[in-house]
Design a binder for this molecule. Structure first.
Ligand SMILES: [Fe+2]
Length: 321
């Protein structure tokens, strides 16, 4: 009997019948084999396989009692990072995030307490994000995945910005366009930051009124950022339209298809990918393969061409881990 599983569920002892890369079957024929060593597992991982078909009559099945394990504390998270990056790359990424931090915190604090946009601090943050991602994008984005409670907003803005900068570069955009994408990543959720504290910190389910307020955040953010005269239109578009969906079912404008500005379609992909792969203590996170497979099977949500480009230029290329 065959079973399709995510690549992070693979264990020694499983019999792999076939693999899927980027959501589609591999073009080259795959030779079924029994996973008998850690080296076999690494070989599969290094091929950027997204899901795997196993035969549970020829090998072991997944342990259905345990959810896929994700590193949830600093020590196991560090061990996970070290399977992909060198100590030097991780240290450099941590140092960069430490330098970006104060500028980004100022942008968030101004939005939260003064409902205003700190344009200069955002400019400083994006310059540093562009420099940090220039050679070390994978490590910066990976290090920002683990978020303690008080770091969630700050590291989400940073990581979405880093993803947009890197995706923009991998798509061939010039550095000035890339800077606007990075700035858009920083400001995309500023309207959410300005929401009442009790909604932001509520642990239970939001009421429909509270949900309606949350759904106002793209427009609120847009108004806050546009008060500063010189913010370029693509940055405002990212802020206002990053929750639109390709089939017209998003908000606030229910825009569809290419009526959604290109930069906002790009932001939607980076925003959702970042949110799905975020690791928080005591909270289930999705692996890269799970996140991509969920996004690719979410009909009507994303610009499918742009999502395919994200998979090939960010995932299969090995930029993201
Ligand atoms: Fe948002």
């Amino acid at each position: 009997m065959r079973r399709r599983i995510q690549v992070n569920q693979l264990k020694i002892g499983m019999f792999i019948e076939d693999v899927e890369v980027g959501g589609a079957e591999t073009a080259s024929p795959f030779r079924p084999f029994l996973v008998s060593s850690a080296h076999d597992l690494q070989t599969i991982m290094s091929r950027h396989v997204m899901s795997v078909v196993i035969d549970i009559e020829k090998g072991t099945d997944v342990d259905r009692s345990a959810p896929p394990s994700m590193a949830k504390d600093q020590a196991s998270f560090n061990a996970m990072l070290l399977t992909v990056f060198s100590v030097k790359q991780i240290d450099r990424a941590r140092r960069s995030i430490g330098e970006i931090g104060p500028h980004l915190q100022q942008v968030l604090a101004d939005a939260r307490f003064r409902q205003s946009f700190a344009n200069d601090a955002a400019g400083s943050a994006v310059e540093r994000i562009m420099a940090a991602t220039f050679e070390n994008a994978g490590a910066v984005i990976a290090v920002a995945k683990l978020k303690e409670k008080d770091e969630v907003t700050f590291l989400h803005s940073l990581a979405v910005s880093a993803l947009m900068v890197t995706f923009g570069r991998n798509l061939g955009h010039g550095e000035e366009e890339v800077r606007l994408l990075g700035l858009g990543g920083i400001v995309h959720d500023l309207g959410k930051v300005a929401l009442p504290e009790k909604i932001l910190t509520k642990s239970g389910k939001l009421t429909s009124e509270e949900m309606a307020l949350v759904r106002e955040h793209p427009q609120r953010g847009y108004e806050m950022v546009s008060k500063v005269g010189q913010v370029p239109p693509p940055v405002l578009d990212i802020c206002r339209y990053h929750h639109e969906r390709y089939d017209g079912s998003g908000y606030p404008g229910r825009l569809s298809g290419t009526k959604i500005p290109y930069v906002a379609r790009l932001a939607a992909i980076c925003d959702v990918y970042e949110a799905l792969t975020t690791i928080r203590p005591y909270k289930r996170a999705f692996s890269q393969a799970e996140a991509i497979s969920m996004m690719m099977t979410s009909p009507g949500h994303f610009d499918s061409q742009l999502l395919s480009a994200f998979v090939s230029k960010m995932v299969i290329s090995g930029t993201l881990h």
